[in-house]
Design a protein around this ligand. Structure first.
Ligand code: HAM
Length: 416
């Protein structure tokens, strides 16, 4: 805790890693727009109460993982552990449901959970997500899943499974919960200590347990499909059918319950065997009751979020970077070199100059290190004639060129 290290579980993104991040961000933006989703940005800090009322006051996220603190005025605040609750809060606070009955939104930003750090699990991480408000119909569940699948396709992430389940209506979930509690009570002593604790508070989460002791008990537990009413079944079947018709294979998983309390009907998770223990790199579902539970109108909603760091672990191909194209070298003429560089940048070329007044030889070495294809040399003799030298490094060819025609000459050199 020297203060000179990043906080445990929180990471810097260094320049060499940034091209990959930017490629992801670009795909998020493009695909969201392709489906008519608009961006929204909400604060990183919210009142802690917001998450107690949405993610759930018995969920692991709220009880064990949330960064909460009192500010100097004594308000209980939290670093957001996810972004959905904040988006719902913003929609209500600004009266957006009075303006329109359908909102398609997307977001990208940091989230915080105090979890034990390991590969793919951090205390500060980033989420990209979309939320669709205003449709109770399976078309909207399918739409958000297709958005997610399109993002993965554009990023070249192919080896994954989409796990799908339904939690049914609130009543279905309630009945299922009771049946689970009854069952788990009857086998209580066989459960891990952690699951015994969860039994009364959050029995659905026992289904998610990774503890070996729980596995045989969970395998015998009642499954939610036996509790579905006609409405819940019909919704689930339509989603399944539409995904199949759209060529998106799903794995039906009756034990998928998700770690947040707000879900009804469809829940899903994107999992990859490549990720090890933290195998879910995205998840979401329908949350028809959330807006109303915040005191808003009855607005159905569905959405998902990807964990950006986990997606990066799955991206094997290096995306193309944006390497520097031109190095402007000069023989003790830094001001002129800066003017030439400005002229090239105005023409759209990624250009750098020497900032350390080094020898010409050192400048060429630097150009080599950067793998720049073209060097523009500013030297006294040519400058007096209103010209510079353009040099193609790989071909070791160079020629003089009038300053006024520089952009054309650089274009020609770059296309060689
Ligand atoms: P979530 O499943 O809690 O859902 O988180 C979504 C994704 O965030 C996970 O699949 C994972 O990739 C990533 N993630 C979560 N915790 C960590 C961590 N400690 N380190 C790295 N990545 C992590 C939600 O947050 C919901 N708000 C999704 C949603 C949107 N549901 C409806 N709309």
């Amino acid at each position: 805790m020297s203060g000179l290290q990043a906080v445990r579980g929180m990471h810097d993104v260094l320049p060499e890693e940034l091209p990959r991040w930017r490629q992801l961000e670009e795909v998020f933006r493009t695909v969201s727009a392709l489906f008519g989703y608009e961006e929204i940005r909400t604060p990183v800090v919210e009142y802690a109460q917001l998450y107690l009322r949405s993610v759930g006051d018995t969920s692991d996220i709220v009880t064990k993982e949330m960064y909460t603190f009192a500010d100097r005025g004594g308000e209980q605040l939290a670093l957001r552990p996810e972004l959905t609750a904040g988006v719902v809060r913003a929609l209500l606070q600004h009266g957006l449901f009075q303006r329109r009955s359908l909102w398609r939104l997307w977001y990208y930003g940091a989230a915080f959970r105090y979890e034990r750090p390991q590969k793919g699990r951090y205390r500060q991480f980033h989420q990209y997500g979309v939320e669709c408000f205003g449709s109770p119909f399976p078309e909207s569940d399918v739409e958000v899943i297709v958005v997610a699948a399109t993002v993965l396709q554009r990023l070249g992430i192919q080896r994954y499974e989409l796990h799908l389940n339904t939690l049914g209506t609130l009543q279905v979930r309630q009945r299922y919960r009771e049946a689970l509690v009854e069952y788990f009570r009857s086998v209580r002593s066989a459960l891990s200590p952690e699951s015994q604790q969860r039994l009364e508070r959050n029995p659905l989460r026992i289904l998610d347990s990774k503890h070996p002791a729980d596995q045989p008990v969970v395998a015998q537990a009642p499954i939610i499909w036996d509790f579905l009413d006609a409405e819940s079944r019909e919704h689930f079947d339509s989603v399944r059918r539409a995904l199949e018709a759209g060529g998106i294979p799903v794995v039906l998983n009756p034990r998928l319950v998700r770690g947040l309390d707000y879900y009804t009907h469809t829940v899903f998770e994107f999992v990859s065997p490549q990720l090890g223990a933290q195998n879910a790199f995205g998840g979401g579902g329908r949350y028809d009751g959330l807006v109303e539970s915040f005191g808003g109108p009855s607005v159905p909603a569905v959405g998902f979020a990807f964990g950006v760091e986990r997606m990066l672990l799955l991206m094997t191909e290096m995306p193309c970077e944006e390497p520097v194209q031109v190095y402007v070298a000069s023989q003790s003429m830094p001001e002129e070199a800066m003017r030439v560089a400005a002229q090239l940048r105005a023409a759209g070329y990624r250009t750098v100059t020497d900032l350390q007044r080094r020898s010409l030889k050192a400048q060429f070495r630097e150009a080599d290190r950067l793998r720049v294809p073209v060097v523009v040399l500013v030297a006294e003799q040519e400058w007096e004639r209103g010209a510079v030298v353009v040099r193609h490094l790989q071909e070791q060819a160079q020629w003089e060129c009038p300053l006024a025609e520089l952009a054309d000459h650089v274009a020609r050199a770059l296309s060689r």
